[in-house]
Write a protein that binds this ligand. Structure first.
Ligand SMILES: [Zn+2]
Length: 43
């Protein structure tokens, strides 16, 4: 089943919905599309 792998490879890079930076660490979509920087408002 290589079709699934190709599908994920062709997905565009995620961008942070707040700052617009490309997200290096993709994580579960618990917060939608927010990068680590925006995920820690205290810093
Ligand atoms: Zn961000």
């Amino acid at each position: 089943m290589t079709g699934i792998i190709e599908f994920f490879k062709n997905l565009p890079k995620k961008k942070c919905a707040k700052c617009g930076n490309a997200m290096v660490n993709e994580k579960a979509d618990c917060y939608g599309n927010i990068c680590d920087d925006c995920d820690y408002p205290g810093r």
